[in-house]
Design a protein around this ligand. Structure first.
Ligand code: ZN
Length: 163
């Protein structure tokens, strides 16, 4: 297991449409474990393989109050409702945006052992799932802003501003 480097916008590898995983083997499981380590080291709630330069359809999500969800070849099979959300991305540090996401989603994917599962999610978890699956299609949240003014710069923390 290892913490990998997270690519930052505008790295062109963030725009790659990732390929489906053909077989969930040991190398894919190692990638999953690295994604979890890297996500936690960055204090994130989700991370996609494209963010560490691996063009495979693999992502992890870890809601604050939940356990890690491993997503291999995830597909959104259903969405419902819409809500305005605030969103940020580990690949676009220093910014956050306001955009519209689904209220609820149903996702189908394979788990770390290659077993298919379905997940029904709403709220923050649905938002995280849409965000990570977007990454696997080379889409960033900044592509989903209605207008440029919906992108905001994070106010610098006093200690950060001092260094
Ligand atoms: Zn992201």
């Amino acid at each position: 297991m290892a913490v990998r480097e997270i690519l930052k916008y505008p790295d062109p590898r963030l725009r790659v449409k990732a390929k489906r995983v053909r077989e969930v083997d040991a190398s894919v499981q190692r990638l999953v474990d690295d994604l979890v380590d890297t996500m936690r080291a960055a204090n994130g709630v989700g991370l996609a393989a494209t963010q560490v330069g691996v063009p495979l359809r693999v992502a992890v999500v870890e809601p604050r109050d939940g356990q890690v969800i491993v997503l291999i070849n995830p597909e959104i099979v259903k969405t419902s409702g819409q809500r305005r959300v605030e969103e940020a991305c580990l690949s676009i540090p220093g910014y956050w945006g306001e955009l519209t996401r689904s209220e609820a989603v149903v996702v189908r994917a394979l788990d770390r052992n290659g077993r298919e599962f379905r997940l029904k999610a709403s709220g923050l978890l649905a938002q995280a799932l849409e965000h990570e699956i977007d990454h696997l299609n080379g889409i960033l949240y900044i592509d989903r802003l209605d207008r440029p003014e919906d992108l905001h710069q994070v106010e610098a923390e006093p200690e950060e501003a001092a260094t």
